[in-house]
Design a protein around this ligand. Structure first.
Ligand SMILES: [Zn+2]
Length: 191
């Protein structure tokens, strides 16, 4: 039998026993708190419930914490977080890496804390987010910290211009040169 199949079977067994014992059920899921229940209840008729559970399986906890094949998530730079429901985007930047940035936003959502515009969008509209590969993409890798803010502003303006920016995100002060570039179609890729 394949190793991962074994793990999965074990895991199912654990869930079964936990389900029988109502008192211990809470221990099964790290995020099984009243706060999270409040959120999952809001998303009862959507797939979001599954997303919460997936992040708490034993399989995921025991898996080595590598970011698969996708090197993008280990890079600093400008990223886009897309809403699974309305497909609108949030633009962010990080001098650390995208993976950490993603976890930050998801942490806000799970704690019902609209600290970021993306979390605010998901929570207030009862929209859905997905796993990192569904939700986040790298727009522009850069290790130059001084370039993070200008690039972020350029993408914010571009996405806003194309009607793809979530309304919760402030567009900031519109940069005239960026606007000139956008208006003359010299836009960075927005997809
Ligand atoms: Zn949305």
């Amino acid at each position: 039998m394949h190793k991962s199949q074994k793990v999965q079977m074990k895991q199912q067994k654990v869930y079964q026993t936990k389900d029988k014992d109502k008192n211990k059920k809470r221990a099964t899921f790290t995020y099984y708190s009243p706060k999270i229940r409040k959120i999952t209840n809001l998303f009862k008729h959507t797939n979001i419930n599954i997303a919460f559970k997936n992040t708490n399986t034993i399989q995921q906890h025991t898996k080595p914490k590598t970011i698969d094949k996708n090197q993008d998530y280990n890079t600093s730079g400008i990223c886009r977080l897309t809403c699974n429901t309305c497909k609108m985007s949030y633009i962010g930047q990080t001098s650390r890496n995208l993976n950490q940035k993603y976890r930050e936003h998801i942490h806000y959502i799970r704690n019902n804390d609209p600290q970021s515009a993306y979390a605010q969008h998901i929570l207030q509209n009862l929209h859905e987010y997905g796993c990192i590969t569904d939700t986040m993409s790298l727009l522009k890798p850069t290790y130059k910290t001084s370039m993070l803010i200008p690039y972020e502003q350029l993408f914010i303006q571009t996405f806003h211009h194309n009607g793809n920016l979530i309304t919760e995100q402030s567009t900031g002060e519109q940069n005239a040169f960026f606007q000139l570039a956008i208006d003359t179609m010299l836009t960075p890729a927005t997809t």
